[in-house]
Structure formats: C-alpha cells, structure tokens
Design a protein around this ligand. Structure first.
Ligand code: AMP
Length: 403
C-alpha cells in the first residue's frame, strides 16, 4: 500500500482542526485539534488508535500549531516523513461569487479569499493563516480550498437575490450564499448513490441540524435553494443564532436598548436561538431534558425550532415540486429521535410520511438508517455527515489532476 497521505484542515482564528487520511481508500489515520492559538496555555490534541493525548503549552500562532502537529506525527511514527502528506484540503467558509467548486490554493485563490474578508471577517484571515503555515511546512503538497458556499452556487437569481435595491446587491455582492455546502454535497452524493441510484429525476431535502443548522433543496444533485443567507445567521433557529427574522427586529432592539450595530449582531448570533429562548442552554440535549421535565421555555424553544425546520421542508417540497428523500444529519439530526419526530410530526400529514418509530429511536451515534416505513410516500433517512472526508476527497482529486 502507498504511504501517501492526505490532510483535511479547518483553521479558525484560535483553533485548527485536522484529520489525516490514507490517500488510497481514504481510511482515517488520525486527527485532532490545536486550540487556544495565541495563548500561553494553548492546547494540542491528537487522537490515534482510539487514544487521545493532550498537551497544554504556549501556541502563539498557527505556524507553531502546524509544527506541533507535524512533529507529533513523525515522532510517534504515525507518518514516516511529513512529505508523505501529498495533498492538503483547507476548509474555507466564504467563497462568495467566485467559487462554485473547490479550487487549487494558489495566489489567485488567496487574493479572492482575502477580497471576501468583509463578508467573513472572522474566518477569512484565519483560513489564510492556516494555509500559509502548512505551505511553509510542506511546500510540495498540493493545497486546495474547499468552500462552504460553493455547492450552493447553482441557485438562480430568484433564489439568491434579496429584494433590496439591485445596485446594492451588485455593488456589495449582498445576496444569499448559504453555508454547510460541503455537508449538503456529501449527503446528496451519498443519498444519490445509496437510496436513489435507479431514479432519473431526483428531489432531496437535506437538513443539516447541529449547533448551526441549514436546509437545502437539491434537484438532480444541484442546489436550488438553501436556508442560510448572506451569512450563517439566516434560516432556521439554531443553538445561539436567531435565524430568519423580520429585519426591523434589529432596528427596534437597537433603538430600545441603545445598542450599536455590532452589539445587535452579536445578540442575534451569540445570545439567541435555543440559548436565548430557553435562557438555559444552546445544547439540545439540555433543552430536551428541560422539555421532558415540563420546562415551559424549553418546550416553546423546541416547538419554535421544529416549526421553522418544518416550514422550510414545506417550502422546499413546493419548490422542488415534490420530494423523494428527506435527510437528517449533524449533531441534532444524527442523534436526536426526539427533535426528528417533532419536525416530522409537523410535515407528515401534508407529505404522507410514515415514520418507523423504532428505527427513528435506534438512529444515533453515527448510524445511517432509513427511518421511514415502507408505505411512506417520502423516504426519510438519517445519514451522518462527513465534511472532512469530502475535503480530503477533493484534495485527492486535485493531487490526481482530476479536480
Ligand atoms: P454539530 O454542530 O453538528 O456538532 O452539533 C452539535 C449539537 O448537536 C449540540 O450542540 C447539540 O445541540 C446537538 N446534539 C448532539 N448530540 C445530541 C443528542 N444526543 N441529542 C440531542 N442533541 C444532540
């Protein structure tokens, strides 16, 4: 077997997640996290052969983080030579109008990502830092950028445009981009290969429901609509994000509370959603617990969430002119029979969905499962997502010159 390896990298401003795969067959070798970058008490974690090691040490920048990873891989004998890592895929949140698929990470891609910083001030500089740190450490590896927005670029103008003055949409590239595209693509590809392989005209609704949540309507493998907007704040209610609102909520709260734009934006991004409505937690495990004990705000938060997800499913059912398969994925979608049921109870009559309750209960912890009964008019599946694998797979394609 070849010793060649591929790495998937997700660099944030103070963290860097990594996962290493064998190029052949994309078997996972190891993975981990560099956290608290920029701090004296930085954290370096590595999981290999089911065992996780953790070190606390100064990690002042991304270069130091990458050195730690590569030194650990070679010193522990996981990798013979760092140059065996022949391809690196970097997750990039915002690809704007420029990228409709993954791209070689060259000077042009770098400039475009830098130009897109106003649309994603938090992540864009961090992605570039991650890229440079790896490029310096392994200059020979093929590097690619895999964009969260790229898969949604097939949307048409009537699906991505906001009804604001047209010149402003154009001048500021202010439009719907969506997010979680790598996950939606993974789920759609998996579903097409597994559940719909003999069907010609395919209609899928993917529900990526985690701490951030988004849905996509996918016709013949191409996105026609998605719920997140200019940024990941739009769409359904999330852990700490409000999702869609009447835009005057921002104005009204700013006036009433004497808040700046930034402060309102933070309120809607970090203090709303499940956290804001329950006043308890952004984690649906806690909220479900509260619900079952009869906590009023946990009950209303759960219903708000389910209603919003159900409304998008209804909207996308109409948008697609029907649906063959609804997919649940990510932290909530993969693990919570309770929230899946709350959502499905709100769409099942209109869509003639019949759920196999036992299968729904059994689907958690990374299990793939068809949870609809054979007589259901629409199939419903739980499919664990794997964005890293998708990133690694694109990196392999780039290495083989097939991107
Ligand atoms: P993600 O962003 O996809 O990693 O999802 C993380 C979120 O999934 C957590 O914040 C929880 O809200 C939710 N979650 C994870 N496990 C469960 C579970 N067993 N039941 C309900 N929600 C869960």
């Amino acid at each position: 077997m070849s010793d060649k390896l591929v790495m998937a990298v997700n660099a944030g401003s103070s963290s860097l997640k990594y996962k290493l795969y064998r190029l052949e067959g994309l078997e996972v070798v190891c993975g981990g996290l560099v956290d608290r970058i920029g701090h004296e008490d930085g954290i370096f974690k590595l999981t290999y052969n089911g065992e996780t090691t953790k070190e606390v040490l100064p990690i002042m920048d991304h270069h130091k983080g990458v050195d730690l990873i590569l030194n650990a891989l070679t010193s522990k004998g996981i990798v013979k030579d760092k140059n065996d890592i022949v391809a690196i895929g970097h997750r990039v949140v915002q690809g704007g109008k420029y990228f409709s698929k993954s791209a070689l990470f060259d000077a042009d891609t770098e400039k475009k990502i830098a130009d897109l910083t106003p649309l994603d001030p938090l992540h864009a500089p961090a992605h570039l830092m991650g890229y440079h740190a790896f490029k310096e450490a392994i200059p020979g590896a093929v590097a690619i950028a895999v964009f969260d927005t790229a898969y949604h670029q097939t949307m048409e103008e009537e699906d991505y445009l906001f009804p604001i003055p047209y010149e402003l949409s154009e001048k500021y590239d202010c439009r719907r981009y969506g997010a979680h595209g790598t996950s939606h693509r993974y789920l759609a590809e998996k579903a097409l290969a597994t559940y719909l392989k003999d069907k010609k005209d395919t209609k899928i609704i993917t529900c990526h429901l985690g701490s951030g949540s988004s849905l996509a309507a996918i016709h013949n493998g191409k996105v026609v609509a998605t719920s997140m907007g200019l940024t990941p704040l739009g769409g359904v209610m999330m852990g700490t994000r409000s999702g869609d609102l009447d835009p005057s909520v921002s104005y009204y709260l700013a006036e009433q509370m004497h808040l700046s734009n930034q402060e309102v934006y933070d309120l809607l991004n970090k203090k709303s959603g499940f956290l804001g409505v329950t006043g308890l937690s952004n984690d649906t495990r806690d909220v479900e617990g509260g619900y079952l004990k009869g906590d009023k705000r946990c009950i209303i938060a759960s219903h708000l969430f389910a209603r919003r997800v159900a409304d998008y499913i209804g909207q996308y059912f109409v948008r697609l002119g029907g649906v063959d398969l609804i997919i649940f994925s990510a932290g909530i979608g993969e693990n919570s029979a309770f929230y899946r049921k709350l959502v499905l109870d709100r769409v099942k009559d209109a869509l003639h969905i019949v759920i196999d309750e036992k299968k729904n209960e059994e689907a958690f912890g990374g299990k793939e499962e068809l949870i609809s009964a054979p007589e259901s008019a629409v199939k419903v599946a739980v499919i664990p997502t794997d964005e890293e694998k998708m990133i690694a797979s694109d990196a392999v394609k780039a290495y083989e010159g097939k991107l």
